[in-house]
Design a protein around this ligand. Structure first.
Ligand SMILES: NC(=O)c1ccc[n+]([C@@H]2O[C@H](COP(=O)([O-])OP(=O)(O)OC[C@H]3O[C@@H](n4cnc5c(N)ncnc54)[C@H](OP(=O)(O)O)[C@@H]3O)[C@@H](O)[C@H]2O)c1
Length: 361
């Protein structure tokens, strides 16, 4: 009997998930095959860097009892390995690929061997009682997720660099006016977070000749100026025209996009936040924009998602908003990471990268 991988995002794109694992000795099933009765987690507005929101599964029912609410194996390719469709018993699950599971849900899977995060961040797994003790948790590293984030950052950096928001405003007024053009080499971009995503964005921006520097917890050797630790943040900010946040949300990074740090940026700087909404103090941003200290912002993540319709950021003329869409985990590419690690686990070799909940990422 094949081992079973339960996927929280499965029902969003069953054919894609089934195809992604088609050549691997594993049965892949929807989260609802176990938790169909409710529980199991929010799905809710879901997204994150992981998955598209589905608005399902946010009840608090007991789940796990296999009462037939799960996927139905109706030709979507969601039931393989000859076991047939329908519900699964919690004890049948070997691996879980999850986004925002409800507290206690994973603990109901007594034979769980590995937990994979559907997103690059692990903050969605950090709540009390979300994780069962003793089961390794792997971060998502997905080439397409990284590529998507690089596209998002390069797009917005170029948009600010080439004064596109100002030109778009001029067009609305039918105003023909040339604005100053600055060479990329003279545009200083500062990236907060030089991990998988920040490092890739830094490399892409450097290729375009931008004057890129970055900030991380420890020093980095990426061929760009590297600033490390809280003590060196002011120096990074002082040489930054376009600030990009690609940090994980931790106790140390929450609220880092705040009035004090905006004040350290040169006048006219722009901010791109694709980390987490908890990094940004929205009132501080609005104030800095209103005073003209900041020229613009591109925001993909928010403290409250979905961003409420009445939030003033929606209508601010110098704020560009996307609905936590900067980059998604895609089945085909993320499955390679999952398969590689399950192979390693079966062979008794180390798996990773492992989430480190003590440091928070
Ligand atoms: N908007 C979206 O669609 C989307 C998609 C994916 C991810 N994300 C966000 O992007 C984040 C980063 O992902 P990743 O894969 O690049 O993470 P990662 O590889 O773990 O990199 C995190 C980086 O942040 C640095 N860092 C952490 N805490 C710090 C601190 N207190 N001070 C200074 N630097 C600190 C780390 O420094 P060290 O290198 O020294 O450890 C590392 O360079 C995720 O956690 C998630 O929140 C958003």
């Amino acid at each position: 009997m094949p081992e079973v991988l339960l996927i929280k995002d499965y029902a969003q794109q069953p054919a894609a998930w089934a195809a992604a694992f088609a050549d691997f000795d594993l049965e892949v099933r929807d989260w609802d095959a176990v938790f169909g009765g409710g529980d199991g987690g929010d799905g809710g507005d879901g997204d994150g860097d992981g998955v598209d929101g589905d608005g399902r599964g946010d009840g608090d029912g007991d789940g796990g009892d296999g009462d037939g609410d799960g996927v139905d194996g109706d030709g979507d390719g969601d039931s393989r390995g000859g076991r047939g469709a329908g519900a699964l018993a919690p004890a049948e699950i070997d691996y879980a690929l999850v986004w925002q599971p409800a507290p206690g849900a994973l603990a109901r899977l007594p034979n769980l061997k590995l937990i994979f995060s559907l997103g690059a961040g692990i903050d969605h797994l950090a709540g009390d009682g979300v994780l069962p003790p003793g089961v390794p948790v792997l971060r998502m590293v997905d080439a397409q997720l990284t590529a998507g984030m690089t596209e998002y950052v390069v797009y917005h950096a170029l948009r600010f660099h080439r004064a596109m928001p100002a030109y778009e405003a001029q067009q609305r007024r039918a105003e023909w006016r040339l604005l100053p053009q600055v060479a990329a080499a003279e545009r200083r971009i500062g990236i907060l977070g030089l991990g998988v995503l920040g490092g890739a964005a830094a490399r892409a921006l450097a290729t375009l000749n931008f004057d890129v520097a970055g900030w991380s917890r420890g020093p980095k050797d990426l061929g760009i100026p590297s600033f490390a630790g809280a003590g060196e943040l002011p120096a990074l900010l002082a040489r930054t025209d376009i600030l990009v946040c690609l940090l994980p949300l931790t106790a140390a990074t929450a609220g880092i996009l705040c009035a004090a740090n905006f004040a350290r940026l040169p006048a006219g700087a722009c901010v791109i936040n694709a980390g987490r909404g908890g990094h940004l103090l929205e009132a501080d941003l609005l104030d800095a924009l209103e005073r003209g200290h900041l020229a613009g912002a591109a925001l993909d993540v928010f403290a409250n998602e979905p961003l409420p319709p009445g939030n003033p950021l929606w209508s601010h003329p110098r704020v560009a908003i996307t609905p936590h869409a900067a980059s998604k985990t895609l089945p085909a590419s993320s499955a390679r990471h999952v398969i590689d690690n399950i192979r390693r686990f079966r062979a008794g070799r180390p798996v990773g990268p492992l989430a480190d909940f003590a440091r928070g990422y």
